[in-house]
Design a protein. Structure first.
Lengths: 160, 61
């Protein structure tokens, strides 16, 4: 799986960038996580960066009321994905770790089913996206590996 | 120590990162790594401690 990710084209002309910006201020209720007042401005700042004469024209913003199935569907047709939301590393079941969207978690198991043909970069602007599992420190099942498996060749993440 | 990425750092890091990234005509893994370095340096220059800037990592090639 990882070798498949490294076999992909390692360059991406700026004019071919299709960027998906996901921002979720309010995680689903059962997650009991605090509001993230800055995520919406984060995605708008990126969108204006992209539109300032860079040649990037394909910009999709999903901000607020994000539905996990819609996000994963849009991810499949993007080559750059930026996620600004809560992230959770599930200590008891690493595969249910995920991004806390408006309806539910977009989990590692959901992401691993995706096959993103032209994935270039995933920026996981969320907590605990590269934290890993306490019980299995040698088995790096975290959101970064899920994104690499799904087909993104570069992943930016947070260790805490 | 606050054990989480700070919400208000997101826009700062993201803006510095994408401004740098989109200044290239063709993106490659080097461009991604240098853009992250630039973004983290920006955060450090604003006075953020290591608990805030050291959490950001780049994996992949």
């Amino acid at each position: 799986m990882l070798s498949r990710a490294t076999l992909k084209a390692k360059t991406l002309p700026l004019k071919d960038v299709a960027i998906l910006l996901v921002a979720e201020e309010n995680a689903y209720k059962a997650a009991h996580l605090p509001r993230l007042p800055y995520v919406a401005s984060e995605s708008h700042r990126i969108a204006s960066c992209a539109r300032q004469g860079t040649g990037v024209s394909n910009v999709t913003i999903m901000s607020g009321n994000t539905i996990a199935s819609e996000v994963s569907h849009s991810m499949a047709s993007s080559n750059v994905v930026h996620l600004a939301c809560h992230g959770v590393q599930d200590g008891s079941n690493a595969l249910s770790s995920g991004f806390c969207l408006s309806d539910q978690r977009l989990s590692i198991s959901d992401i691993m089913e995706l096959n993103i043909e032209n994935g270039f970069l995933a920026f996981l602007s969320a907590c605990e996206t590269a934290k890993g599992d306490h019980k299995q420190p040698d088995q790096t099942v975290h959101l970064v590996s899920a994104m690499l498996f799904a087909g993104f060749s570069n992943v930016i993440a947070t260790m805490w | 120590m606050n054990r989480a990425m700070r919400d208000s750092d997101g826009p700062v890091v993201a803006q510095a990162f994408y401004e740098h990234l989109f200044s290239h005509e063709i993106l490659d893994s080097n461009a991604v790594a240098f853009a992250l370095d630039h973004a983290v340096t920006t955060l450090r220059e604003q006075g953020a401690g290591p608990e805030r800037w050291a959490t950001f990592i780049h994996i992949g090639a």
